[in-house]
Ligand binder design. Structure first.
Ligand code: FES
Ligand code: FES
Length: 164
């Protein structure tokens, strides 16, 4: 039985050790933000953070995260109190169907935790593994830029009457 800390809470996992972390999150713990897309590590929809690194939870057996710290989108904020990235995605209206967004946010979060002073090019390169079938990539990149500037303290306030 694996013991895993998820969003700051320790869980004794009942699933078999080779069960993908994604299934444990969704089926056993009812944390449904991480999505099943390809199941093959090729789309990014299932991305979570493990000890500061973005990982594909669909191809990560739960035994590999024994004793480690997992963060899912639920750990970044709530509907009532969204985190910086979540608010930036709202401000930029970055979601269309929204299916890819939790994974996108988790990779962006891991990047900003390492270094919020990222260039646009670094953001693009970092987000390369993620697919968005709705084609909202430009808005997603703008949202991450906004969050990065906010975290780094360099966000320029918009003019009165403009979008915040
Ligand atoms: Fe995990 Fe696609 S569902 S990478
Ligand atoms: Fe629909 Fe990205 S918003 S897949």
């Amino acid at each position: 039985m694996a013991n895993v800390t998820i969003n700051g809470t320790s869980h004794a996992i009942k699933a078999a050790p080779d069960t993908p972390l994604l299934y444990v999150l969704r089926n056993e713990l009812k944390l449904n933000a991480a999505k099943f897309g390809c199941g093959l590590g090729q789309c990014g929809a299932c991305t979570v953070i493990v000890d500061g690194e973005a990982v594909f939870s669909c191809v990560t057996p739960v035994e590999l995260v024994e004793g480690r710290s997992v963060t899912t989108l639920e750990g970044l904020g709530s509907r009532e109190n969204p985190g910086i990235l979540q608010q930036a995605f709202i401000d930029e209206q970055a979601a269309q169907c929204g299916y890819c967004i939790p994974g996108m946010m988790m990779r962006a979060q891991a990047m900003l935790q390492r270094n919020p002073r990222v260039s646009d090019r670094q953001i693009r390169e970092e987000m390369e593994p993620h697919l968005c079938r709705c084609g909202t990539h430009m808005r997603i990149l703008r949202a991450i830029r906004r969050a990065a500037d906010r975290v780094a303290g360099t966000l320029v306030p918009s003019a009165p009457g403009g979008r915040s």
